[in-house]
Write a protein that binds this ligand. Structure first.
Ligand code: HEC
Ligand code: HEC
Length: 155
């Protein structure tokens, strides 16, 4: 009798222990890159392979846009800069969103983003701003850059 009760308690605790972390894993956190911060990682990888609902990096945030910016030699990343999302090509239209590049060259946001029919990203470095000629409807920059097209880089 006593051992049955102990067993029940053990099972109950195991169930609670299972439920609490799984709720936590589904929780949506806010995480936005900021100048000088170095809490990101995995430079060059597609962040959203993990930073999505149910993904391995879900607890670090479900990113709406994220990527990595390199210097002109493309071996090292930059340590500052800005990412702009324009409504028109080559700096035309208005800037709908701005992200700061962190100390590791990464930028990311969990804030809601509406790409509509497409936004035009641009990267501002110390002396150069580069515009993507075509528009995007996904913020997974590193799904193309460094894979099917060159790395994102500035000076
Ligand atoms: C292979 C999976 C994976 C990839 C790819 C990945 N991450 Fe993560 N990331 C994680 C995990 C796991 C955590 C830890 C989450 C936790 O336990 O809170 C994390 C945490 C983070 C955090 C939170 C750190 C903190 O203390 O708040 C940031 C910021 C972050 N990642 C940025 C990025 C960026 C930017 C990229 C792409 C350049 C990226 N991650 C790519 C798995 C990944
Ligand atoms: C679907 C694939 C794809 C995605 C996603 C993508 N890009 Fe691009 N990007 C390209 C291609 C292809 C080019 C070259 C042609 C062009 O500019 O349209 C390019 C060019 C660029 C350039 C100009 C490069 C140069 O050397 O002049 C910048 C800057 C850029 N992308 C930034 C970004 C950022 C920031 C993101 C994420 C917010 C992003 N891109 C997402 C495919 C992509």
């Amino acid at each position: 009798m006593k051992s049955t009760r102990v067993t029940s308690i053990v099972i109950l605790l195991a169930v609670i222990g299972f439920i609490i972390p799984s709720c936590h894993k589904g929780k949506k956190v806010t995480n936005v890159s900021s100048a000088g911060s170095s809490k990101s990682h995995n430079r060059g990888q597609n962040c959203m392979n993990c930073h999505k609902s149910g993904g391995e990096g879900a607890e670090g945030g479900w990113f709406q846009a994220a990527g990595t910016v390199y210097d002109s030699l493309q071996n090292n990343t930059v340590s500052s800069g800005n990412v702009y999302f324009y409504t028109g090509p080559n700096g035309k239209g208005t800037v709908k969103y701005t992200l700061q590049v962190d100390a590791l060259g990464n930028f990311y946001t969990t804030n809601a983003m509406d790409f509509g029919t497409g936004l035009y990203p641009a990267i501002q470095g110390q002396t150069l701003t580069k515009h993507m000629v075509s528009s995007i409807t996904t913020g997974q920059c590193n799904s193309c850059h460094g894979v099917t097209t060159g790395k994102i880089w500035v000076k």
